[in-house]
Each structure stands twice: as C-alpha cells, then as structure tokens.
Design a protein around this ligand. Structure first.
Ligand code: GDP
Length: 365
C-alpha cells in the first residue's frame, strides 16, 4: 500500500489534519498484520465500484485499497543540524513513497506563525532547505565510501561518484535532487540512498473554513499552485478544520455536511486521489463470494507482477489472468453473463493491467 509522509512547519495545521485522518481511519480489522504506530493513520481509498461488486457477488467482506499517512512531526528550521527533534525524525521519511507538505494559507491572528507573517512559499523553502541539507549529509557520507572504492580501481564506483557529485552540487544550492536529470541506470545506482528530495511532493494548502469552497481565490493558494507547477508537484487545497469536523460525523451526516458546503468530496479523499495521481497508481479488483478487494499497482504493471501483489506464488507460477473490465461486468449483469458474451478475456504474461480490471489469476503452485 501507498505510504505518504506528512511534513510541515509548526502551527500550519498538521496535527489537525492528521487527527482527521486517524478518526476517519480504516478499520484496523482489515489490516491484522500491520502494527499501527501512533504516528500512522491508515485510510481507505474511496472506490464506489467495490460496493457494486459486493452486491453482485454477495461477498462476505470488502477490503478497499489503503493509504498509510505517517505524521512526521518536528520539522523546523535547523532540523538537519540537529535542532528541534533533530535528524532522527528524518529517518522516518526515508521509507515513504511520497511527501505531503502542509502549508498554511489561512490567516488567523490568534495562531502565531513560527516565522512571523503568513508566507507559504517561504515555508516551502524552509522545509526544502532542511530536506536538502539532510540529503547532502547522506550523499557526502556515501561519497567518502565511493571515493575509497575508486582508489582501489573500481570502475563502477567511478560512475557512481560522478552522479553523486552532480547531486551534491544541486543540494549545495538548495536544489532538490529530483531536479537533477538522471538516466534510469544512473537513478538505479543511488536508489538505495532513499534521498528525501527525490520523492514526489504534494503540497497541501490549508485554507480557512470560509475559503474551502473556492480556495483558488486565496492568493496564497495561487502562489503555491504556481510554485508547484515548476516543481512538477501536486497541490490540494483543504481546510484542516473542516476535515476535523467531518471526521467526527457519521458517514451520512458527513455527506450532508459536505453538500451544504457545496463540496462533492472531502479534502481527505481529494488528498488520496491526488497522491495516487502523483505517483501514477491505479487499481485492479478481485471479486468472489469470500471477498471483494482493491489492489494498488503502478500504471504499466503487467499481469504476473499484479498477481505478485496478492501472493508471490501467483507471480512465480503465473499461467493466465481471466479479466473482465468493471464496466463490461456491470453491463453484463453477472460474471456468467459476461463470460457468455465473450467479455471475459484470457490474458498472458505480457498483458498490461488496466484500471478497474476485475481479475482472476490462474497459476501453478
Ligand atoms: P501543527 O503544529 O502543524 O500540527 O498545527 P495544528 O494542527 O496544531 O494547528 C495549529 C493551530 O491552527 C490550531 O489551533 C488549529 O486549530 C489551527 N488551525 C488548523 N487548521 C486551521 C484552519 O483551517 N483554520 C483555522 N482558522 N485554524 C486552523
């Protein structure tokens, strides 16, 4: 499942948002094998197709895809030099797939801003600098090791050192590593460093309750949108306060509340969708009497690797996948009817999975 780290300066609304995430949280029962730490919130990926499949197959249970949000608190100016919670927390970010940075776009005199006046771009730069400094340390540590290997005549180390130098230069100028253009084989050489500034970024513009229906009118949000465009980052505008209120409500009331505000989805759902889009993820489905389940894969994933998400045996012993698109299945009315109409396809190992493929894998054990 997708894992997103939430960062941001103090007092921008991180905890408010994170509390909303944990309250709206997925049923822990669905995830019996993962221990959930206090700074982790797991939420279901909303998907209306699942209930329709449950109705069709009379399934006993449903397991939606999930996103893990990790609250990475304690990022302040100087964190990379060991101030505040220091460098320790940065280790937490290394494992996440993407970073969501909450930036304050709401004005409220009663809530002090650590850096004085409201200025989301300055806030973004502060966090960016900290992340660059942390990466710089990682890169320089690796360079020492690589240099030794170069001295001993290692050819591969020489190539690696060249890449590390390019990244070091960028980071030294407070430029994130993602701006350094790397070939696939070059990127592979440094992948194990898990550089923070290589991870995709999503800015979460936290606006006031009043602005939640038209956040584009907020000039700070405008500034963030412009900045994000040149960084190829995503942006979602939410009001953490509104999210916190929604999280307190039963589902039906929450829908009504959103409708009253003129919104068709919660900020949390927006955030989940944006994260999936940013990372080029999609969903395939499995359905049966036992359960209906959504699985997250990268665009371009082939059938055996998709099966591997379910069990490594499926990938190893892959024979074929029986696939019907969700739309075809619904139009046909049942799996049997879809089969009669020839809508259930037999796909081989080179088939590229499509979003909404309802899939049954055949494999040798
Ligand atoms: P953190 O330090 O980034 O975790 O920030 P908090 O979530 O603790 O929020 C700091 C303060 O800002 C709290 O008093 C929140 O109630 C307030 N706050 C958060 N989001 C909003 C918002 O959308 N509008 C307003 N007016 N206040 C907010």
């Amino acid at each position: 499942n997708l894992e997103v780290g939430i960062v941001g300066l103090p007092n921008v609304g991180k905890s408010t948002l994170f509390n909303a995430i944990t309250k709206a949280g997925a049923e822990a029962a669905n995830y019996p094998f993962c221990t959930i730490e206090p700074n982790v919130g797991v939420v279901d990926v909303p998907d209306e197709r699942l209930q329709k499949l449950v109705d069709m197959y009379k399934s006993k249970r449903v397991i939606p895809a999930a996103v893990r949000f990790v609250d990475i608190a304690g990022l302040v100016k100087g964190a990379a030099q060991g101030e505040g919670l220091g460098n320790k927390f940065l280790a937490h970010i290394r494992q996440v797939d993407a970073i969501a940075q909450v930036v304050r776009c709401f004005a409220d005199e009663n809530i002090t801003h650590v850096e004085g006046a409201l200025d989301p771009l300055r806030d973004i730069e502060i966090i960016n600098t900290e992340l660059c400094l942390a990466d710089l340390e990682t890169v320089e540590k690796r360079m020492e090791r690589t240099q030794k290997l170069v001295k001993s005549g290692d050819k591969k180390a020489q190539a690696e050192l060249a890449i590390l130098k390019r990244i070091q230069d960028a980071l030294g100028n407070a430029e994130p590593a993602r701006r350094v253009e790397l070939e696939a084989d070059e990127a592979a050489m440094i992948a194990d460093l898990n550089l923070l500034t290589l991870k995709p970024v999503l800015f979460v513009a936290n606006v006031s309750e009043e602005e939640v229906t038209c956040p584009e009118d907020n000039r700070y949000v405008q500034a963030v949108l412009q900045y994000a465009q040149q960084e190829r980052a995503g942006v979602v505008a939410v009001s953490a306060k509104v999210e916190a209120e929604i999280a307190e409500l039963p589902e039906a009331d929450a829908k009504e509340f959103l409708a009253e505000l003129g919104l068709n989805e919660s900020g949390l759902d927006k955030l989940i969708r944006a994260s999936h889009k940013l990372l080029g993820l999609m969903t395939f489905l499995t359905a049966g009497e036992q359960e209906v389940r959504a699985w997250t894969i990268c665009r371009g994933t082939k059938a055996p690797q998709a099966g591997g998400k379910i069990h490594s045996d499926i990938e190893r012993g892959f024979i074929r996948a029986e696939i019907v698109s969700f739309t075809d299945l619904m139009a046909a009315g049942s799996q049997a009817a879809a089969r009669e109409k020839g809508l259930v396809r037999l796909e081989g190992k080179d088939y590229v999975m499509q979003d909404g493929d309802v899939t049954y894998f055949r494999f040798n054990v």
